[in-house]
Write a protein of this length. Sequence first.
Length: 85
Amino acid sequence: MNPFEMVLGIIIVVTIGRVLQAKYGYRTRRRGGMEPIHDDAETRRLRDEVRTLKERIAVLERLATDDAGPRALEREIEALRSRDS
C-alpha cells in the first residue's frame, strides 16, 4: 500500500464516522466523549433537579459552617421544607 492509498483510506474512514455521527444525532464533546444532540423533556427535568440539589447542598454547607445559632438553623430548615412543598 503506497502513502496515497493510506491517506485516502484514512479520509474515507473519518468521513464515514462523521456521517454516522450526524445521522444518529451525536456530537463530540471537548473531552472526547459522545453525547446526544437532542434535549428532550426528561433531560431538561433531570438538569433542573441537579441544579436544585446543588442549591440545597450549598445551603446545607452554609448551615453546617454557620455560627448563627440553633434558631437560625431551624428557620433555614423550615424554609427549605416549605420550598419543596
